[in-house]
Structures are given as C-alpha cells and as structure tokens.
Design a protein around this ligand. Sequence first.
Ligand code: NI
Length: 264
Amino acid sequence: MATLPIFEKLWEDYISLNPEALKIYRLLSDQHEKVLNDHVAFRTFNLPGIGLSTLAKHFIELGYSEKNDYIFKEKKLYAKHYEHLDINQPKVFISELELDKVSPFIRTTIEKVFENFDYSKASSPEFLCSGATWKRSYQTYEALYKESEYAAWTYAYGFRANHFTVNVNQLKKFSDLPKLNNFIKTNGFQLNQSGGEIKGTPEEMLEQSSTMAKDVAIEFEDGTHKIPACYYEFAKRYPMNDGKLYQGFIAKSADKIFESTNKT
Ligand code: NI
C-alpha cells in the first residue's frame, strides 16, 4: 500500500516551513537512497477537544491502533504511539503538555488562547495540519519559552507535523547511524547533541539522532521574529528476541529529541 494521503499533506506543510528537511531528503535521494518515514510526531495541549486523543482519532479512523504510552516527568508531557497494520505506514507519535502540572501562567495563557477556538475544526482530518489559527504575540512566546520550550513551540506553530523521521534501516549506504550523521553534518547541518549525538543503544533496540530546528521568521502581532521551527529525525531499529524490529520508543531518548526545537 502506498503511504496514506494524509502524510503527503503533512509532508507538504512540513517542508514548506522547513526547507532544510527537503534538502536532506534530496541529498539522500541523490545517493539513490529510498527515504521512508519511521514516524511522524505531533505536539498539543491536554485541553478537551484538542488533546492527544482528538489528534489520535483521525489516525484510528485510518486504521491505526494505540500501542505504548510514555511519561516525561520533567517536561510535564504525556505521549502515546500508534501503529498501522500495514507496516509500511509511518508510526504516529503524539504528545501533549499536561496543563494541570505546569505553572498557573502557562495554564491560564494556553486556556485563554483556546477560549474562542472553533473546536468543530478538530473533527476534520485537515485539523492535523491546520497550524496556529489564533493571535500570537512574541512577548507571550518568549514568556512561555522561559518555562517550557514545548509550550512555546506549540503556541507558535499549532497543529502540524513537528518532525518526520527517516527510517534508517531502509537505507543502503547509510544504514549505519554514525555514517549517516557524518554525511548530514558534512553537508552543513547541525545535529542535536543533547544527551549525545545518538540517543539510545542497540540493546535498547532504538537509536535516534536529529537535526536542530532552523529558525523561521514568524509574523507575530508584535512584530516578525525568527524562532526554531521543525527538525528532521533519523531512527534505526534493532530486532527483538522474536527477530522482529522493535517498534516502540524510549522515553529517555525522546526526552532529549524534544530539545531539537531549543534555541541554538
Ligand atoms: Ni521522533
């Protein structure tokens, strides 16, 4: 089965905001590599009507089912991953900021953002790449960023793919993650070094690396400012005892991958 059309839409939105990801995709394609997606990730807030389960519903309708869940205590995040019966479809990783655990400032700011939100939009699959449709100020972005990079990013960019992920196992020349990382760096891209360039080990059955998100100019109400957009991730999976590749995620690694949208 070809990739579901929703991922084409998400990819178009993602590369229009992050031409860097398209450059890496093309660099690999020029090396005769077939670039497949391991997973696509989303960020949201745990408010009724726009939370993790609201986003997930669209994938469940496409044949996905819920697998594992993950807790990020320090970042106050909760996440779940979803898999399709057709293993050629990318996995979906959705996280949400737990507003009941953050400061009153973040909670009230985000609640206010969604006070007048048109929740009916969330029932359409287009919601998944609808972006930020609310009024945004740079002052609020900066104040959120001080406490939670995740809150600030989601406030600025809204609903869209936060990152796509190259399925490293499917690469021929670059199926070794250190080799791929060197190729990416040699071509002028910066990789996330938080927790080491490669997060995870073969023993944990998942190794991941990612670019640092490039700054993009966003038109806020109080002026245009450059802030980090999305990143591109690389994931290599290892077989479990039954010989099948591990399909889950490692919270400790994902925790560091989240920092790919930190300011550099
Ligand atoms: Ni990821």
